[in-house]
Design a protein around this ligand. Sequence first.
Ligand code: AMP
Ligand code: MN
Ligand code: MN
Ligand code: MN
Length: 280
Amino acid sequence: MIDLHCHSNHSDGVEDVPTLFRMAEHAKLQHFALTDHDSIAGLDELDRLCQQSEVQFVPGIEWSTRWKKHDIHVLGLYIDYKHPSITQLIEQQQSRRLDRARIIAGILEDLGLKNCWEKTNAIAGHAQITRPHFAKVLVQEGWVRDIPSAFTQYLARGKKAYIHTEWASIPEAVKAINEANGIAVLAHPLKYKLTKTKLNALCDDFKASGGEGLEVISGVMSKNDIQFMATMAQERNMYASSGSDYHGKSLSKTEIGMQSHLPKDCQPIWLYATKDKESS
Ligand code: AMP
Ligand code: MN
Ligand code: MN
Ligand code: MN
């Protein structure tokens, strides 16, 4: 089994890196990527842990990008994560994230949530602030029942505490990944709820920007959706990736490495990706 998408408490995941590593070992993963949002903070530790195990460490990151009016996520896999192109983009993205977090906290405070900034920072700990941290504050303060409701009532696009963020563009994110000898993968393409025409346009733009892979499987998906995504990848001659997008036991419906198998006719990124890079 493989899992090329998951989150630690360096972003909006619940578990720390050693816990995720133990889960990966328990699931007998062959390839395992940690892909925190706009952060590589957990990668050194995971690399060290994997060195004494059968689990092969895949260095990863999940960039937030802006495409038309949508927040689109781009995975950088097999990246040289200390490359200056990665470090520079992380700095830009984290500064945008911090500015955005201050504005969201201000909006929620104006709505009556006292000391929202302090409370959110307390929950985020050493992690950079993401919307799920605000969601947890809203739950903790009794404003909403659960995390999904925090999104549908406050944090999702178009809601009271949503603000438009000027994330990197797809070409910028892909360029940083390619400069760091990684492979750019469009994360969970079906999660954006785009029309088929828009989804095709997104995949085409992604490929034209230098993206090489599509995340054909993300967490729990129906057979039909998997086949649909596999065809999208094949039509464009792109690699297929697969990841749980695990965020923690309390947040995710799935566990690390529990995805279905990729359809046979896909080109699994973990089989071909490093080979290609080495020979090119
Ligand atoms: P951010 O990068 O700060 O905009 O936060 C995005 C993260 O919020 C995603 O990676 C998901 O983990 C989480 N998220 C987005 N939408 C929802 C939702 N409707 N319900 C629960 N979590 C969500
Ligand atoms: Mn997340
Ligand atoms: Mn994502
Ligand atoms: Mn993710």
